[in-house]
Ligand binder design. Structure first.
Ligand code: GAP
Length: 451
């Protein structure tokens, strides 16, 4: 994991938030490459679940909602983790994490129920700690003006159920999708971005007729897994975990997590829940507005059940980095320079790679070559996210691109000046082919689409 953290910082994927002030725990900033990667993941998600489907529409809800939403949804009452405090050093931990031995080997913790900070074993009894961040609406900071930063995007899809269904004339089954920021005041942090206090959630609330829910639940588990595998995560690093009945969230009848084999162990990557008609019934009760659906054909009226696949984009991005990261001892090429070193190759899927094409003049000190390389760079820029690099030996520059997962590197050499062609180097195979500059855009487009 430390290698992923170091690569992320060194190459501009992820930085600790407010680092110059010593950082803030569990808050992260995405750098130039991380932002591009994150956007590409979101784009893929939108394409697959909104653009390519006829039955899912997108919304973009507000982060702060009417506080009654959280009463109705049960989050004020139930969205809490058990908290214990070390009586010796006053550090606070999640009681379940303390009891399951998660801290063993961390700091001074050698066994279960031992404080990593001071080694003490003296804890307060556990108290429920609500994970929602609080704020105030308007200038008066009292309880009547208290509001919350949403811990999930789901609720605005429930509160807008009727408006979306009517305005878009949707028939059940249909889904509402949303990607947006969510906030949780997590007690146990660590493991880089895995458990952040602010993160992007991509969720779908899929409304179905009661009775159809169990079958459609299975379909969404498969769809969700296919999407993750399609982005390049190796199947052998994924497994399913079915939540035990007694451990289900307050709204769920059935939940399956898809877990990923992170360097710190198998952990939840994403989850699919059968939320029944819990949320719509609760909002109907608390708002006094009817949220039932009327089926014009069968003349039936019912409160739909909801199947909810929910995916943390940041957690998926972390898994994608881990899965793509490969170290090659002694390097991949036979040249003397690289055989001495360890090479890092980020085997990211081309679809999500932050930089698609690197443009590299063979040498830096020949003006005809650098001029031509800059022309090629300008030609490609409107079509692909490109990077121009002329610093260091060509081998070193290839390796810099390999390390950030750039699928193609274009090299401009002396032959280019005579024949108006360049080489395309494929990151994964390291094979090079010569192509005419006039064909370059189409060839690259084809290669990038052909994943
Ligand atoms: N609406 C359902 C829901 O919020 P959840 O299991 O609490 O369910 C859904 O969260 C997903 O959000 C998780 O599977 C995970 O991918 C992501 N997630 C949850 N908490 C997170 C955190 N603190 N940091 C990053 N991602 C998180």
């Amino acid at each position: 994991m430390s290698k992923i953290v170091s690569l992320s910082k060194r190459r501009g994927f992820i930085f600790q938030s407010s680092e110059i002030y010593g950082g803030v725990e569990a808050l992260w900033d995405y750098g130039p490459l991380g932002s591009l990667l994150k956007n590409n993941i979101k784009k893929e998600w939108l394409e697959r679940f909104v653009q390519l489907r006829d039955d899912v529409v997108l919304i973009d809800g507000a982060i702060i909602m009417n506080p009654n939403v959280w009463k109705a949804s049960g989050h004020l009452e139930h969205f809490a983790d058990p908290l214990v405090e070390c009586k010796d050093c006053h550090s606070r931990y999640r009681a379940d994490h303390m009891a399951d031995g998660r801290f063993i080997g961390e700091g001074k913790a050698k066994e279960k129920n031992q404080c990593p900070q001071c080694g003490g074993k003296n804890f307060t009894s556990s108290k429920q700690f609500n994970l929602m961040f609080k704020t105030f609406l308007g200038p008066i900071e009292d309880e009547t003006h208290q509001a919350y930063l949403r811990p999930e995007t789901a609720q605005s899809m429930f509160t807008n159920f009727k408006q979306v269904q009517e305005s878009m004339r949707l028939k059940i089954p249909f889904g509402i999708a949303q990607i947006g920021r969510s906030f949780r005041n997590e007690i146990t942090t660590g493991n880089f971005t895995f458990r952040s206090r602010e993160f992007d959630l991509a969720e779908i609330e899929y409304f179905v007729k009661p009775g159809e829910d169990e079958k459609i639940f299975e379909q969404w588990v498969n769809e969700w897994e296919k999407f993750i595998v399609g982005l390049g995560i190796k199947k052998e690093n994924l497994r399913r975990y079915e939540h035990k009945k007694e451990a289900l969230s307050h709204y769920s009848k059935r939940t399956i997590d898809i877990e990923y084999k992170f360097p710190f162990g198998w952990s939840e990557l994403t989850g699919i829940a059968n939320r029944t008609n819990y949320d719509l019934s609760q909002h109907s009760k608390f708002s006094g507005k009817e949220l039932a659906y009327f089926d014009e054909e069968t003349k039936e009226k019912y409160i739909p059940f909801v199947i909810e696949p929910s995916l943390g984009i940041d957690r998926l991005l972390l898994a994608l980095l881990v899965d793509a990261y490969q170290e090659v001892k002694g390097g991949r090429t036979e040249t003397t320079e690289s055989t001495k070193e360890e090479e890092v190759v980020l085997r990211l899927n081309k679809k999500i790679a932050p930089i698609k094409v690197a443009v590299l003049p063979l040498v830096k000190n020949k003006e005809e070559i650098t001029k031509k390389a800059k022309e090629v760079y300008q030609l490609l820029k409107p079509n692909f996210i490109c990077q121009y690099d002329e610093v260091g030996s060509i081998g070193r520059r290839y390796r810099r691109q390999d390390e950030i997962g750039t699928p193609f590197a274009i090299t401009i050499d002396f032959e280019t000046l005579e024949k108006d062609d360049v080489t395309i180097r494929d990151k994964d195979t390291m094979k090079q082919e010569r192509v005419k500059i006039k064909d370059l855009i189409n060839i690259l487009k084809e290669k990038l689409e052909n994943v």
